[in-house]
Ligand binder design. Structure first.
Ligand code: RIB
Ligand code: CA
Length: 322
């Protein structure tokens, strides 16, 4: 049976590729998309998600808007400098207008409806700040049993991208991230920038995608801001489609190699706010003093067949797995 999948997203250029990857693949049943503030404000992420589903011929997928700001402290800035002011390099308006209305309920309500109706465990792939997911689990604990696993693009084990130690999705709402990653028991897979950066795609991959057909060409046409930013961030002509790595794992369990680690999230207001503290010390070294171990436990994606992953994403975006 195809995996039932809900994507929670802040499109965002790499989100666009990740949404298309799921929307164009017959091997996954994309049952809903919920939106959240993040790369750009909620109004933009929401219309972008709806337009991208229309581009992929998927007006059947319901979209509901969620949190427009973090749980506690306001987000200091967006990632418009990476994704463009509209979230899609200024090209959102060139996408097809959605024929399906935005759902009349909020994101958390749609998540509850879809989970309650599901006849098998649902995978949730949050690829933006975790505010909606924290609210869902806090307000509706009964749905925990309907969630198979949560596959999150976020965090950094050895570095950050928004600060030296914090990755953007976690940094945007650390309190929400800590609730999900540390205080909850739903199985979580964390896909950090340490791995997504290694999955960067180059000009040859981008050219191949563009040649696959109109959807691939349109997606590449959305990457202008990304192609300006990432050569500076990486020091080479490439770009990082972070969210596609997480959604690939959500679609094809095991495409990423994971290891289980204790974890904590820095919710302080200092320079390390939003840092994911992945405890890679040997577990046996601290059996007598569990209090010095990080309180949560997650699977962290640590490796993959890089070319195999890039090929999976390219094939999926080409529509060859419809
Ligand atoms: O740090 C990368 C993450 O932040 C990706 O999800 C990107 O879309 C941004 O939201
Ligand atoms: Ca994102």
């Amino acid at each position: 049976m195809d995996t039932k999948l809900i994507i929670d997203t802040d499109p965002g250029i790499d989100d666009a590729f990740a949404i298309a990857l799921a929307a164009l693949s017959a091997e996954v049943d994309l049952i809903g998309v919920t939106t959240v503030f993040g790369n750009v404000p909620l109004a933009s992420t929401t219309v972008n998600a709806r337009r991208l589903l229309q581009l992929c011929g998927r007006p059947d997928v319901p979209v509901a808007a969620g949190a427009e700001r973090p749980l506690v402290h306001p987000q200091p800035f967006t990632a418009a400098y990476v994704h463009g002011s509209d979230g899609l390099s200024g090209k959102s308006g060139t996408l097809p207008e959605p024929t399906r209305e935005l759902e009349p309920v909020d994101a958390v309500s749609l998540l509850v409806q879809l989970l309650e109706a599901a006849d098998e465990p649902v995978t949730i792939a949050p690829i933006g700040p975790l505010t909606n997911i924290a609210l869902l689990l806090a307000a509706h604990p009964h749905v925990r049993s309907k969630i198979g696993r949560i596959v999150i693009m976020g965090g950094g084990v050895t570095f950050g991208n928004t600060t030296p130690v914090a990755e953007f999705n976690i940094w945007s709402d650390p309190e929400a991230a800590r609730r999900v990653l540390v205080e909850e028991t739903v199985p979580c897979v964390l896909v950090p920038v340490d791995l997504t950066h290694r999955c960067a795609v180059d000009a040859d991959w981008i050219a191949k995608l563009s040649a696959t057909g109109p959807i691939g060409a349109t997606l590449v046409g959305l990457t202008g801001s990304y192609q300006k930013h990432y050569p500076k961030a990486l020091g080479r002509q490439a770009m990082v489609l972070h969210d596609t790595v997480a959604v690939a794992e959500a679609m094809s369990q095991g495409i990423l190699r994971t290891e289980t680690f204790p974890i904590d999230v820095d919710c302080g207001l200092g320079p390390s706010r939003g840092q994911t503290l992945v405890d890679r010390r040997p577990a046996t070294a601290h059996e007598e003093s569990p209090e010095v171990r990080s309180p949560g436990t997650v699977e962290v994606a640590v490796d993959t067949d890089l070319d195999g992953l890039r090929g999976f994403v390219l094939d999926g975006l080409s529509g060859s797995r419809r």
